[in-house]
Structures are given as C-alpha cells and as structure tokens.
Design a protein around this ligand. Sequence first.
Ligand code: ADP
Ligand code: MG
Length: 322
Amino acid sequence: MRCWLIVLVLLPGPALAEWYRDARDMMGTRVSVELWADSAEQGNAAINDAMAAMAEVNRLMNPWDEASELSAVNRSAASKPVPLSAWVYDVVHSALEYSRLSGGAFDISFASAGQYYDYRAGVAPNASQLAAAIPSIDYRSLLLDSEKRSLAFRRDGVRVDLGGIAKGFAVDRAIDAVQSHGVESAVISAGGDSRILGNLGDRPRTIGIRHPRKAGEFAVMIPLEDTAISTSGDYERFFIADDGRRVHHILDPATGKSAGFVQSASILAPLAVDSDALSTTVFVLGVDAGLAMVNRLPEIEAIVIDDAGRLHFSAGLLRESP
Ligand code: ADP
Ligand code: MG
C-alpha cells in the first residue's frame, strides 16, 4: 500500500501543458481552434469560449438566417434606421473604412447584385437583373450613425452582406476569448481566415497558400508568428459558365460580375478583420492597384497570384526575402 502511494506522488499530476484543439462546421466553413494551455480545464474552457464567440458572430451576421441582425437590417433599413449591436456596428464601420480606402472595390452592398447568384446551382443574374441592381451597389448609400449606432439605406433595393469581413472579425473575437483565459499561443481559423497568437514553440509556424489550380498543392509557404493571414480565391465558390468564364463569389462592385484579374490574394495583417477585408479588396483591385494600396498601409503585406498564375509580393515581403 505504502509503495503505491509513493508511486502516485512521483507521477506528474493531471494538469498537463499541451496543445488542445477542436474544429467545427460554422459560418458555412470549417472553423478550428488550436491552443497551448497549462491544463485540460484551461484548454477546454478557452476553446468553448472561442467557439461561442464565433457562433455569436454567425448568429448576428448570417445572411441565410431570417432571425439574424443582418437580415433585420436588409428588411428594414430602407424605410428606417435599424439599431445595431456593438459587433455588427464595428464590422460595418470597418467595412465602410475599406470602401473609402479602396474607392469602392470593397463594398458590402455588392449583395444588391450578389443575391442573384447561386454558385452551387450555376445561376448568375441576367442582364436586366444586373442593370437594375448596379445603382444599389454603393457604400455611400449606407448611413451609419455613430451617435445612435444605427444603419439606414438611402435608397430601395440595397442589400448588404458581410461575407468578405465577418469571418476575420469572428477569428479576432475568438482570439480575445482565448486571451481572456490566459492563453498566449493559439491558431484560430475560419475557412481562409486565420490568426496566430504568439509563437508556436521554438519555430515560427509555416502556412501554405493553396495553389489556385492544383487541388491539395501549395503555391507558397510562409513562416508566420503573431499575425493574421487571409486568402481570397476564385476557387472557393464558383462555376464555369457556358461561355467558359469562371463565375465566382468575389464581385466587382462596378459591374456586379466576378472580378477577373487574379486567382488569389493573400494578406498579412495584425488583425484578421483587416486581413479578411483586404484580401477581398485586393482581389477586386488586381495586382497593380492592389499592391499599390497595400504598400501605402503600415503593417500590411500581400501575396497575389495573377490570372496567369504568377506570384507578386508587396514591398515589405520583397525587402525581407534574401
Ligand atoms: P471566403 O473566405 O468566403 O472565400 P473572401 O474573404 O474571399 O471569403 O470574401 C468573399 C466573400 O466576400 C463573398 O462570398 C461575398 O460574401 C463577399 N464579397 C464579394 N465581393 C465583395 C466585394 N466587392 N466587397 C465586399 N464583399 C464582397
Ligand atoms: Mg476576405
């Protein structure tokens, strides 16, 4: 008996510092949380709160859910200002900043035309639907009141969708959640939007950017530490039209049609809300205008794969390469 007691004392306790991970289907994609915690209790509590934060973003901003706040905005904002919760206000506020910065390449009212696409069914709007929708694509029609914290539309026919920015915002809120549990190293992803907290052990983690035309292959590998990275690609949701053109989910607000200059745009930024919005923005702007914009922004880098499959890097990445 005494002997057993001694053995027990010599064994390490149940509290184990190690990696804890979980992945779920959410926001129309796969979300995952990986973190380093001192105990299973800390690890599981942090994972649960991270998942809950992302589920809350989905509850507020899911365009397919009639009960979401976003749906309420789309139903009523043309007739009266709709009060927004703090998170929806923050996302719309950031979205409008990126609209102004990009001269409208990023525009959440793209959905005025975007609502007519069904990528799975191979459906695109016809010419008259597009002509009717295009005047409603204009971020200047969105009146965000910072005092009342409400959103109104200046005209009928406007529809907004936060698909180009909400997943990044969700990843940031999930990082806040794990940090509130004292976690210092984590990787949280929602589809093509990821953020790395801290450094992951002795070496920086490497993230691969998917090859836009070769399934399962990577075009570039980049070492990452304490950063967010998002990729927007024309291969996520698309169909090939009868005329051979690729019809995909990133729309040029000027035409209501799929933006055609690049195959993918990846952005590095401190926060995922910024990398997410900017990856969509640079995708729409194309290589030259996209990289010119990124090169003016502090702490933002980009890797763009053009329509011929060639790689282009922002100035900061070129400086860092040997
Ligand atoms: P995903 O991670 O879903 O592939 P992206 O960051 O590449 O997302 O953004 C694509 C999504 O952004 C589209 O599905 C749509 O919801 C939204 N979107 C498309 N075009 C625009 C645009 N010009 N401005 C803002 N959002 C857009
Ligand atoms: Mg994006």
